[in-house]
Ligand binder design. Sequence first.
Ligand SMILES: C[S@@+](CC[C@H](N)C(=O)[O-])C[C@H]1O[C@@H](n2cnc3c(N)ncnc32)[C@H](O)[C@@H]1O
Length: 282
Amino acid sequence: MNFLEAQKWAFSFMDKKDEETKNAIKLLLMDIRGWNELQLLQNLRSNLTDSEFEQFKKRIHMYQVDWPVQYILGYTRFFGHTFQVTKDTLIPRPETEELVEWILADNPVVESMREIADIGTGTGAIGISLQLERPNWDVTLSDISKKAIAVAEKNASSLGASVNFETGDLLSVLRGKYDLIVSNPPYIAISEVDLMDKSVLKHEPENALFAQENGLFFYRKFAEEISDYLKPGGKLYLEIGFKQGKKIEKLFENVGKVEIRQDFYGNDRMIRVTINKEKKKC
Ligand SMILES: C[S@@+](CC[C@H](N)C(=O)[O-])C[C@H]1O[C@@H](n2cnc3c(N)ncnc32)[C@H](O)[C@@H]1O
């Protein structure tokens, strides 16, 4: 069977006959030979070996039972880099790339070393991408999950990022005060389970997705504690759920100046809190 036939064969099995499915099949096929899209196009008539076809069949079966392509392949692309992903890490999302872009645009290269922390780092996608763009930033990646930190360590090493690692609960792992703290914490309310995509629910780690207090638990904790961990004028950047903007803004109203940003789709998706020069308790 050649690559074109394999593509058609796989598509014929799929319930959803949409572009997303087509792209997923292509990615699974390209990876078998380590090809890019152009190489696949140029080689559509070449034949898969028996073992390549067996491997492809296995992957198609996993995809049919809702495994995300990124977990099947074991990697994803984020901010121009390839990050390993495992079942212990959330798959980094394009919306989060927009948070990284905001931080970089907001914090141009400066001579003085800057202390940065990425809390709940997962694969390390945010912190590693920042460090690669700003090599003089001293970046700490932390997560409560040891397994996630092990993946972040591998990613930092394969991408050549020089970062520090901590394992533990939220801000408690940090020592001293930072210039910038970023986090994409779990923010899905338990009550939203029914609305979620099945592949996310079945395969992504629960502790990366869900938060108590209607999804606001981690934001409340940040609002209560962040002033102790940021220098005066320091900045906190958070990814947020698209319906949470107003509530989160309220949580931070006594902490600093709050700005909410929308993602590519026009949904509230991230927030920046610039810490008041004088610490106020909320
Ligand atoms: C939504 S995921 C974000 C992962 C990654 N930063 C990204 O954007 O792709 C949330 C991460 O927070 C971690 N986490 C959950 N509870 C935590 C806690 N109490 N302290 C630190 N990290 C936590 C999870 O293990 C998970 O890796």
